[in-house]
Ligand binder design. Sequence first.
Ligand code: AMP
Ligand code: MG
Length: 283
Amino acid sequence: MSHQLLWKVPEGEKIKLHKYDPSYTHPEIRHEDADDILAKLGKELGELQELLSAAQHHSLLMIVQGMDTSGKDGTISHVFSQINPQGCEVHSFKVPTAEEAAHDFLWRIHKATPAKGMLGIFNRSQYEDVLVTRVHNLVPEEVWSKRYTNINNFEKLLHQNGTIILKFFLHISQEEQTKRLKARVDDKDKAWKISTSDFAERKYWDDYQKAYEDALSQCSTDEAPWYIVPADHKWYRNVAIAQTLVDTMQQYKDEWTTDLEARGHKELEELQQMRATKQITDI
Ligand code: AMP
Ligand code: MG
């Protein structure tokens, strides 16, 4: 495809979010085809996850961040609908508990990282500690400003231990957020989704955008890139993320397959040996 689906943040790039259109869609991806495209990508993702799980070389960590109503939950349920639940774990990070708050900010995060072979999804993450924490002055600047380096070092450690990391920022416009919140108020069936804090947080929109700009600018690396996802259109957001996951995992497919073939050969040879020495006689 000649255009890109979403925007990968180059290491060291200073990001200004207003330059990225939240309602962007790729000219070759039509709304009416989105369900079929997503179903096909979901199947590929399922196959790649099976290889990831069997090869045990890597783990995959996908981080999802975004303003309230940006679609973090919807993304996870739609993109991973064809994934084997046994190979997948989702962690949603909330306001830290007393025990979590008594430790360093990465303590609860590190415990939740995916083991080899696993696909881990973070719904919110270590980035809350340079987002909500910063916007609401929950700790002094002197404390949160050091966390970008802490996060980069932490993600480097995960990478060096075989974790493939992708970070998606679901970029919505303020108009789209207004629409989504209104829909929850107007539709009784959606009222359960209302969280009064979402309404209160709206007045901090600009502060959050600024905090996101710094997180994206300071913490996008080759090993753990940030992707800005145009997320005003839900159907498009899902396709763009699923395609990016598939493209990333495809790069490892040969390595995983070759290793599994070698392992299969080795097992068969051992079996032959056991037959030859009559340790196995019935198969
Ligand atoms: P939700 O994702 O809608 O269930 O909301 C979770 C809430 O937890 C959000 O309001 C987040 O801002 C908040 N939260 C998550 N992590 C932290 C953190 N490290 N410090 C303070 N609040 C947090
Ligand atoms: Mg919420």
